[in-house]
Design a protein around this ligand. Structure first.
Ligand code: C2O
Ligand code: CU
Ligand code: CU
Length: 508
């Protein structure tokens, strides 16, 4: 995703009076310290691995593949011991590993997933980015699976579904951030024989997540962490701290990267190598794009071709300034502040050979472009943070869309199946909010009113920087039903920054 953050108006934001005072009164010193520049500076993943086993050989999650047009999978969500950052830790997992198994399926497949809940708390399962029905036991974010129960999800992936990298995670409002941070996430790959041919020696799934450990447990988040959006002290790849991998010299690898962090933004760079982006959230790009670095908001995915230019290279994530909580919070409070250095995610060895690398295709896929479409309706959704609007006990700040917190009983946005809408997402808060819509991918057509040029890109998470607007178009092609859109800083979603969308068939 190209960067939209430079520019003079980024900090011309609404500052909410009184915000700092109440927020400080809520935070405990220990929790506040997590964001401070002086605290934890030496024990982040990229600097000192805290005695954890860094450098182990990169592993990949197990795979569950569809066969004969059906994906049959069982995911047991369980609280118990798992290996995380090279240690045995009490965490949450699907089938005993973090991340959970990679689900590989094809357009046109039927998906039948049994989720067995052994967490000791209610949960459910969302397939992020999949264009499938939200009704009944489809990708229904309002399902509730009680502890001890098993729920069968079953739905069809349309035959014309884009191929790409998607993911799954729990979606029970109020518990999403805790359960994802605790370890519950996995990758979904949709692939087909018609995928563009890539000159890649191998493919890897790289799930980036972050976690903070408190002894042998996943650390709980305090009120300040939650409002800021918690960021873990350790940034992991496939549950490993700074693992290493060998690359065939001179060859391209195809990487499917998932930002499965609860709230952390990633800016990925390959020091000592080249990156070419070939896919974003909702499938392939129209053509390969060479990138120096690539920004992933929480929930974003990217497909990359990667190649080493030197004997050793490192995949790193650079600090991202995603704003702060407003006036009075002081420097170092904002997430991402005080982290000047890149965090190393993955160590690579292999290097270049003398011969030229395999050539890349000029074009990948043909993509629809809604910039030329007739628009049936326009609306604005306003993301805000404010004082005195919260309804929960002890809340310092309300996280709202159009002035309201989430209510599953209320329809916020009724749409008609078959129409194209243009939405302007206005962020009037001093912190970035990554907008996410379930079921239907979106095309960004303007930022701050400036039309977006270049080939179309289809996303399902679109960062809306602090004080800015993003305009997107979406075609509600099919799938009547009730679903949601929300901020993908999942702590904010749990605090109420989520709305409902009801798609109804056109009255005949
Ligand atoms: Cu990945 Cu509703 O979320
Ligand atoms: Cu989603
Ligand atoms: Cu947010």
């Amino acid at each position: 995703m190209p960067d939209e953050r430079s520019g003079p108006s980024r900090r011309q934001v609404l500052v909410l009076a009184g915000t700092g005072v109440a927020a400080i009164s809520l935070g405990s010193a220990g929790v506040i310290g997590r964001w401070g520049a002086g605290d934890g500076a030496d024990d982040r993943a990229g600097t000192t691995p805290r005695g954890d086993a860094g450098g182990s050989a990169l592993t990949e999650p197990d795979e569950l593949r569809s066969a004969g047009g059906v994906l049959e999978a069982r995911l047991r969500a369980v609280a118990g011991p798992v290996t995380l950052a090279g240690r045995t830790v009490h965490a949450l997992s699907y089938n005993g590993s973090v991340p959970g198994p990679t689900l590989r399926l094809r357009p046109g497949d039927r998906v039948r997933v049994d989720v067995e809940n052994a967490l000791g708390a209610a949960t459910n399962l969302h397939v992020h980015g999949l264009h499938v029905s939200p009704r009944g036991n489809g990708d229904n974010p309002l399902v509730r699976i009680e502890d001890g129960e098993t729920f069968r999800y079953e739905y069809d992936v349309p035959p014309d579904h884009p191929t790409g990298t998607f993911w799954y995670h729990p979606h029970l409002h109020g518990l999403v951030a805790d359960q994802l941070f605790g370890g519950l996430a996995g990758t979904i790959v949709i692939e087909s024989d018609e995928d563009p041919e890539l000159p890649a020696a191998r493919e890897r799934v790289l799930v980036v997540s972050d976690v903070s450990l408190d002894g042998d447990r996943v650390a709980a988040a305090g009120p300040m962490d939650v409002m800021a959006g918690r960021e873990g002290e350790l940034v992991l790849v496939n549950g490993q701290l700074r693992p290493s991998a060998r690359v065939e010299p001179g060859s391209w690898e195809h990487w499917r990267v998932v930002n499965a962090c609860t709230s952390r933004f990633l800016r990925l760079r390959l020091d000592g190598g080249e990156l070419v982006q070939i896919g974003a959230d909702a499938g392939h790009l129209a053509e390969p794009v060479e990138v120096d670095d690539v920004l992933l908001a929480p929930g974003n995915r990217v497909q990359l071709l990667a190649r080493l230019g030197t004997a050793q290279a490192r995949l790193t994530t650079l600090p991202v300034d995603r704003g702060d909580m407003g006036m009075g919070m002081g420097p170092g409070m904002g997430p991402g502040r005080g982290e000047q250095d890149a965090t190393v995610l993955l160590e690579l060895t292999g290097g270049a050979t003398a011969s030229d690398p395999p050539a890349l295709p000029d074009r990948l896929v043909d993509l629809p472009d809604l910039r030329e479409a007739a628009v049936d309706g326009r609306r604005t959704l306003t993301f805000a943070m404010g004082m005195g609007m919260g309804t929960g006990m002890g809340r310092g700040m309300a996280f709202t869309i159009d002035g309201r917190e989430f209510d599953a009983q209320r329809v916020d946005t009724p749409v008609t199946v078959g129409t194209v809408e243009e939405w302007t997402i206005a962020n009037v808060s001093p912190m970035d909010h990554p907008f996410h819509l379930h079921v239907w991918p979106v095309q960004v057509v303007a930022r701050d009113g400036e039309p977006v040029q270049g080939p179309p890109q289809w996303l399902d998470v679109v960062n809306v920087p602090a004080g800015r607007t993003v305009t997107l178009r979406v075609r509600f092609a099919d799938f009547p039903g009730l679903t949601v859109y929300h901020c993908h800083i999942l702590d904010h979603e749990d605090l109420g920054m989520m709305g409902t969308l009801l798609a109804e068939a056109e009255p005949s």
